[in-house]
Design a protein around this ligand. Structure first.
Ligand code: FAD
Length: 372
């Protein structure tokens, strides 16, 4: 589907081919979804330069992440913003930071991955820059033409960016490979620059200016001035982060995903899925019905409103195969489904299907698979 049918190709968003990527980092390394975003940015043009924006608060881990990022062969510059304002990935200070960085470098493209980080921050930046962002890009055709899924992944639309200002994209990381970064002094090519934040204003302070006009009524005009302490910055605050202490791989980038549905019936029974995932070195996923029933936390939800996965092996136990669930697993290489209903829609997309009771199949699998 071509949403913009105009026959004449429109020019690139700006004459410069410079891309700014909002980087996610953890424990001193760049997250895989940021690496996929760099791969995507590579297809924007051969001569495009890529700058990685890495923000955080004065830790050695941030420094290690910057060093790692500088070793990526496609990255030409790593911009480091070091301030306690960026200790947590809150959208308000981050969006202001991107606007600030953009004022200093005329980027033609601003990219983030379609993770919860990117989905939180990029739309706010887009609003600040008065740009319409293009989300969930799965293919880059030209520097201003992209493919993205619509209708829960049932159709692909080709969209062309014709606006002014930077072209802003979120990238579906499962659609672009993760090339491993070799971190050593020889592969270090990109420059690492600290951003001077002395003029950085976190928000803007809005007040009403009243101007008397002839009939003595008042005309109100809204003005915004940059102020260090301000309204937009205080709209959200960091409360806490709860993560599961697990050695299992990250669901979004795991090579094997074992998913359980509503049919598991309880938290206790869901442990079978966890055991199987452990034996196969995979991540645990769940349907929304299983999450809503409280069997697992919602960060394990796979699908349209959960995580998009693209593992080598996806195993679904007691999952009906609702369209919203399939939207998150379509790019999996091999799909295996176990369901006691032979007509369950999951079998239409499964490469291997077994009609059977999961309460018999999983214990048998656990017994036959060797200990890890
Ligand atoms: P069910 O549909 O109840 O299916 C259970 C299956 O288990 C059945 O097929 C049954 O035959 C089988 N079964 C039962 N007992 C056994 C047994 N002992 N052994 C083997 N098989 C058995 N869903 C998601 O998953 N992810 C999303 O992101 C998502 N987003 C949504 C967004 C919107 C806007 C809406 C409206 C819905 C969304 N949903 C999402 C919900 C989705 O429509 C389905 O309701 C949900 O996926 C169903 O989950 P389920 O397959 O676990 O449950």
């Amino acid at each position: 589907m071509l949403l913009d049918p105009s026959p004449s190709p429109s020019p690139s968003p700006t004459s410069l081919d410079a891309t700014l990527i909002l980087a996610e980092h953890e424990s001193g390394s760049i997250k895989p979804q940021t690496v996929s975003t760099v791969v995507a940015a590579n297809s924007l043009g051969e001569n495009s330069s890529i700058s990685l924006l890495l923000a955080g608060s004065g830790s050695s881990l941030q420094e290690a992440a910057a060093q790692a990022a500088s070793c990526h062969p496609s990255v030409s510059e790593v911009l480091v913003a070091d301030s306690d304002k960026f200790e947590y990935p809150l959208a308000e200070p981050w969006a202001k930071l991107v606007e600030f960085v953009r004022q200093q470098g005329d980027y033609s493209h601003i990219l983030a991955s379609s993770s919860s980080f990117g989905k939180n921050i990029l739309p706010r930046v887009a609003a600040l820059l008065d740009v319409s962002p293009i989300t969930d890009v799965v293919k880059i055709l030209e520097s201003n033409q992209f493919i993205r899924p619509i209708y829960a992944g049932n159709a692909l639309s080709t969209v062309r960016y014709t606006g002014g200002g930077p072209c802003m994209l979120t990238i579906r990381s499962t659609s672009f490979p993760v090339t491993p970064i070799t971190v050593d002094s020889e592969s270090r090519k990109a420059t690492i620059s600290q951003i001077d934040l002395s003029n950085f204003k976190e928000g803007s302070f809005t007040f009403l200016l009243c101007i008397p006009i002839l009939n003595f009524s008042f005309f109100f005009k809204k003005l915004s001035f940059p102020f260090p302490i301000a309204d937009s910055a205080s709209k959200s605050r960091y409360v806490g982060c709860s993560t599961q202490d697990t050695e299992r791989p990250d669901l979004g980038s795991a090579r094997v995903v074992i998913t359980g549905g509503r049919a598991l019936k309880s938290v206790e029974n869901f442990k079978m899925i966890e055991k199987l995932a452990e034996k196969l070195g995979g991540a645990v996923g769940a349907t929304r019905a299983a999450v809503d029933a409280g069997y697992v936390p919602n960060d394990l939800q796979v699908g349209q409103t959960g995580k998009i996965v693209a593992p080598e092996l996806y195993m679904a136990f007691g999952v009906s195969g609702a369209i919203q669930h399939l939207a998150g697993i379509k790019d999996s290489k091999v799909i295996v489904a176990v369901n006691k209903d032979a007509d369950a829609p999951i079998f239409q997309v499964a490469d291997y299907g077994l009609v059977g009771d999961l309460f018999e199949v999983i214990p048998e699998l656990l017994e036959k698979l060797p200990e890890k």
